[in-house]
Design a protein around this ligand. Sequence first.
Ligand code: NCD
Ligand code: ZN
Ligand code: ZN
Length: 346
Amino acid sequence: MRLPGLIDPHVHLREPGATHKEDWDTGTAAALAGGFTLVLAMPNTQPPVADRATLDRATALAAPKAHCDYAQFLGAGPDNAAEAAACAADAAGLKLYLDQTYGPLRLDEMSLWKAHFAAWPQDRPLVAHAEGRTLAAAILMSALTDRPLHLAHVATREEILLIRAAKERGLKITCEVTPHHLFLTEADLSGGWGEVRPRLATQRDVDALWANLDVIDCFATDHAPHTAAEKAGENPPPGFPGLETALPLFLTAVHEGRLTLEDLVARMYTNVRRIFKLPEQPETWVEVDLDATAEITAQTMQTRAAWTPFEGRKVRGVVRQVILRGEAAFEDGRVTAPQGYGRRIR
Ligand code: NCD
Ligand code: ZN
Ligand code: ZN
């Protein structure tokens, strides 16, 4: 079965600054192994990507190392609205961190959000990490400024119902949900292993996400690698690796009749391309075996995180081959596209 090259609009590749967790080499290799041919990298690196100099630095590091195609987000800071907007054409989009999560980028004051909503070009992607009541405030800001807003990793019943209501009102809201919020609850992992933002929720929340699938525009992994030692240690950082488990999990859901292949392609390709205004990748596709079974294990993965919250889970649906711009990029469990094959798409 042939699928389009999948697009993940939300990954953390950790370079510069934390390459012991991941870098442009291992992160984009993990993407290909998971059936993704294009990834949009988040700006909460060290230092964060927030202006022309840090954008140039991150993309200069990516160019010789990336195996798949990519673009880099800018992060919204307290005083970079004009400077970020000046780089809009060269970035995946602008990311606003409106609640506490991993990394130093956070905007608390709503007047600071407003500066970015006003300065960032109307036709360029604007994405917010906003949970619960913050999400309600972000939707209001989008309505007041009459500009599109994409909500990252929606995780709860109250959030998805609010987004449904906003969409029914005609507000310019789109959203994504992660595999871990669709396939795990707070009861599944303990201690540092379960730390992720937004937190894993209840079965009732998970059921509400599935029941409102029509409101979910995209599936995004929020691939957020931290090492096993960090997750097991004191002050475990929040985040799960996800690039290599997303497609097998969703194909399993297709097999179980919870999702159709059309639902999957819409949320992992068509809608992502439209919302983030991404170019077509010519001669690019993924061969999957819908009947093959496998057991998820971090041992065979490309990510440097070297663990997965889905360890031991049985899945049905395996990535056999990835063709990127006419060349085999992943085959027989091996990444065959060399470092530097990936292109910056803007
Ligand atoms: C992310 C990370 O580690 O960068 N962590 C997470 O728990 N999701 C940050 C984020 O996406 O909020
Ligand atoms: Zn986030
Ligand atoms: Zn994230």
